[in-house]
Structure formats: structure tokens, C-alpha cells
Design a protein around this ligand. Structure first.
Ligand SMILES: *[C@@H]1O[C@H](CO)[C@@H](O)[C@H](O)[C@H]1NC(C)=O
Ligand SMILES: *[C@@H]1O[C@H](CO)[C@@H](O)[C@H](O)[C@H]1NC(C)=O
Ligand SMILES: *[C@@H]1O[C@H](CO)[C@@H](O)[C@H](O)[C@H]1NC(C)=O
Length: 368
């Protein structure tokens, strides 16, 4: 009778082993299988971020749904997320200078999150001068890109209550229009957003509704694999599969949604868990669309204003334009959108595009 016991034990162990290896060990934070995975977020980084997010979420909330009736001009916070030099800073500089509004009361603020190992320095005359926030290293296939974005948003909330739209861009992004075009599209135009069915605004010609421009899709290639990248039940119950969304990493969100982002602890507790392996692991493409679509589905347009070319994608990277491809025609082609009057930004551009882009900046890009 006792002779069978070792047999049962070995059977049970056989079934438990995969569970331990594939579920429990990753839950505990050990990753014996994929040495290429970036390090998890350290407790001290987590603590300092939490402190910043708390300060931002408890700051006063001068958010108005009727921005145009505000006495102070609302501003756009430009959040630059980079882990290299900002190759296109001269182009962005002329973008900001293209504004016809008085330079003494700019309608934008600039914030830069860069890799701490880079010593980003700008001339005192640059709009980027002194705008690099306290940053930490970021890695692909890790939640650090979410952390960096939340840091930028928190800084922008705390720094200026006039920041009413928050535009996230990277070092590979370029503007497709003048600053005034971007500003009017976001704050004034009642015809810019082709998906907006707000008849009242259209009728009176005054924009009353302000939505976030963030891509929100409920399907993607390998959606299930992306959902289970941290373990089969890792996202439950806070993020059921039906609520799991995907979208472009780059977005323009309202101050209301910026608060949603800095307030969130529930979804972050899920998304901060590292993946088992680097494949199908793109936390930053899921966290923001999932969070905002769960909280305020009617407040998001579900499309992005940053054009990206996914044809011929390599290892999760979109197509990168090089200098020889830059032309007025390319700018006109990249603007074309099915959802809005135009795209506002585009990516990715190789650093050598700066010169040809500067050549057509005044005559083409900022000419509208
Ligand atoms: C960063 O650059 C500035 C100006 O070039 C220099 O004074 C400073 O020592 C540099 N810091 C580091 C950490 O390299
Ligand atoms: C997108 O990239 C492909 C190369 O993968 C290129 O042939 C095509 O012209 C690009 N589309 C646009 C609109 O630039
Ligand atoms: C717009 O929609 C058409 C038809 O679905 C599609 O062929 C085209 O690629 C879309 N354009 C853009 C810029 O996404």
C-alpha cells in the first residue's frame, strides 16, 4: 500500500512543476529563462515616483471643460521622451518660434525625460534649456517607459496649471504643421476632429468638448500573448482580457486624463510586473489606452495624431525615414488622416533628416 506513495508524489510533482516554473517563479520576480530582460524597477525608484505622483494628483485641479472661456490662455505641455540626443531640437525650436502669439506669453511648456547617462545640454537661448526633468534609465520591453511618461506628466501638472493638453513625443518625432495650427486644432477648431459628433459645438462654432487623442484598439497581432506576457492570470481581476487595449505609444491627452494617469495605482500594480520574456512585451502600448478607455471611453478619440508607418516593420520598430526621402510631398502625404483634418506629428525620422527638414521648415511645414 505504501509502495504507491512515491509514485503519486512523482505524478503530482510532475504536474506542479510547470506551474512552479512558469507561474510562481515569475510571480516572485525571478527570471531564470530570459537573461536579456531588463532589470525590474527598484523599490527606491518606485518610492520616489510614488511621492512625485502623489504630489501631482493632490495638486489643485484647475481643469475646466470649457477651456475657451478661461481667462488665462491654456497651454500645451510638450513631453519629450528620449534616450539619445534630441537631434531635431533646432526643428522644434523653429516650430515653437513659428507661433504668432507674443513670445512673452508662450502657449506651451517643454519637458524632457532623457537617459541619466546622457548629458543633454542646450544653449540658454534654446526652448529646451533647463527643461530636463529628474530622469531614470528606460528599457524596451519593460514598464520603465510607462514610469518615464508618468514622470513627465506629473512634472507638467505640478509646473503649470495652464497646461491643458499634454503631448508626448520622442526624439524621432517631427512636427508636420506650425505651432499655431496645432494649437488651434486642439483648442479652437470644431471641424478638426472628423469623428466628433458634438453638434452643439459645430453649430455655435465654439469648441465645448475636449477629448484625448490616443489610439485605442481592442485587437492587435498577438493580443492574447501580449495580455498573458506576465502570466496567464497576472492581469486579473483588475484588467480582464475584454478590457485590455493597445495603441500608439505617443498621444495628446487632456489635463483631466493627465490626472487619471498620475492618480492610478490599480492598473500600475499590474503593468509594473515584468514580462516572462521580451517578445510580445510592450507595456507602454497597453497601459495608457487600457487605463483611459476603462475610465472615460467617451473622452478619448481612439486615434492618434502622430503618423507612423508600420509597413515593413522590423522587430517592433516602424519604418524610419532617411534624408533622401524628405520632400514637401512626403510632408503632405504624412499629414493625410482618415480621422482628423490632418496628422500633427510624424515618426520615425533618422537624425540625418534634420538638414533637409530645416530647408523646407518655413516654406512647407510651418506654412499653414
Ligand atoms: C555635462 O556637461 C557640462 C557642460 O558641457 C559639463 O560642465 C558637466 O561637467 C557635464 N556633466 C557630466 C556628468 O558629464
Ligand atoms: C512606408 O514605408 C514603406 C517602406 O516600408 C515605403 O515604401 C512607403 O513609401 C512608406 N509610406 C509613406 C506614406 O511614406
Ligand atoms: C484611410 O483608409 C483607407 C481605406 O480603408 C486606407 O486604404 C488608407 O490607408 C487609410 N489612410 C491612412 C492614412 O491611414
Amino acid at each position: 500500500m505504501y509502495g504507491k506513495l512515491p509514485f503519486y508524489i512523482s505524478i503530482v510533482t510532475l504536474f506542479l512543476l510547470p506551474l512552479i516554473v512558469f507561474y510562481l517563479i515569475p510571480q516572485l520576480g525571478f527570471f531564470p529563462f530570459s537573461p536579456s530582460l531588463p532589470p525590474p524597477i527598484s523599490p527606491s525608484d518606485e518610492r520616489s515616483d510614488l511621492d512625485l505622483l502623489r504630489r501631482a494628483s493632490s495638486s489643485s485641479k484647475p481643469y475646466s471643460s470649457h477651456l475657451s472661456s478661461n481667462s488665462r490662455s491654456p497651454k500645451i505641455a510638450f513631453l519629450f521622451l528620449t534616450n539619445t540626443q534630441l537631434h531635431f531640437s533646432p526643428l522644434w525650436q523653429s516650430f515653437f518660434h513659428s507661433s504668432k502669439a507674443s513670445p512673452s506669453s508662450p502657449r506651451f511648456n517643454v519637458y524632457v525625460h532623457s537617459s541619466p547617462s546622457l548629458n543633454l545640454t542646450f544653449r540658454p537661448s534654446s526652448v529646451f534649456y533647463g527643461r530636463v526633468i529628474a530622469s531614470k534609465a528606460t528599457y524596451r520591453a519593460s514598464p520603465t517607459l510607462i514610469s518615464a511618461t508618468r514622470r513627465l506628466i506629473a512634472h507638467a501638472i505640478l509646473h503649470d496649471p495652464a497646461n491643458q493638453y499634454f503631448a508626448l513625443v520622442s526624439q524621432h518625432c517631427v512636427p508636420l504643421h506650425s505651432f499655431d495650427y496645432v494649437y488651434n486644432s486642439l483648442f479652437k477648431s470644431t471641424s478638426f476632429d472628423l469623428t466628433d459628433d458634438d453638434k452643439v459645438s459645430a453649430k455655435i462654432g465654439v469648441k465645448l468638448r475636449f477629448r484625448s487623442y490616443i489610439e485605442v484598439l481592442d485587437q492587435s497581432k498577438n493580443h492574447w500573448k501580449r495580455y498573458t506576457a506576465r502570466g496567464r492570470y497576472a492581469m486579473e481581476p483588475e484588467v480582464p482580457y475584454e478590457k485590455f487595449r493597445v495603441g500608439s505609444q505617443f498621444f495628446i491627452i487632456t489635463r483631466k486624463h493627465a490626472y487619471s494617469v498620475v492618480r492610478d495605482r490599480k492598473l500600475w500594480a499590474k503593468f509594473r510586473v515584468p514580462c516572462y520574456w521580451e517578445y510580445d512585451c510592450y507595456p507602454e502600448e497597453h497601459y495608457f489606452p487600457t487605463l483611459l478607455d476603462m475610465e472615460d471611453p467617451k473622452g478619448v478619440t481612439k486615434y492618434t495624431l502622430t503618423r507612423v508607418n508600420w509597413t515593413g516593420t522590423v522587430e517592433g520598430h516602424p519604418y524610419t525615414y532617411s534624408a533622401s526621402e524628405v520632400s514637401p510631398q512626403l510632408i503632405h502625404d504624412l499629414r493625410k488622416s482618415n480621422y482628423s483634418a490632418s496628422y500633427l506629428f510624424a515618426r520615425k525620422f533618422a537624425p540625418n533628416c534634420l538638414e533637409p527638414l530645416m530647408k523646407i521648415a518655413i516654406s512647407v511645414i510651418f506654412q499653414d
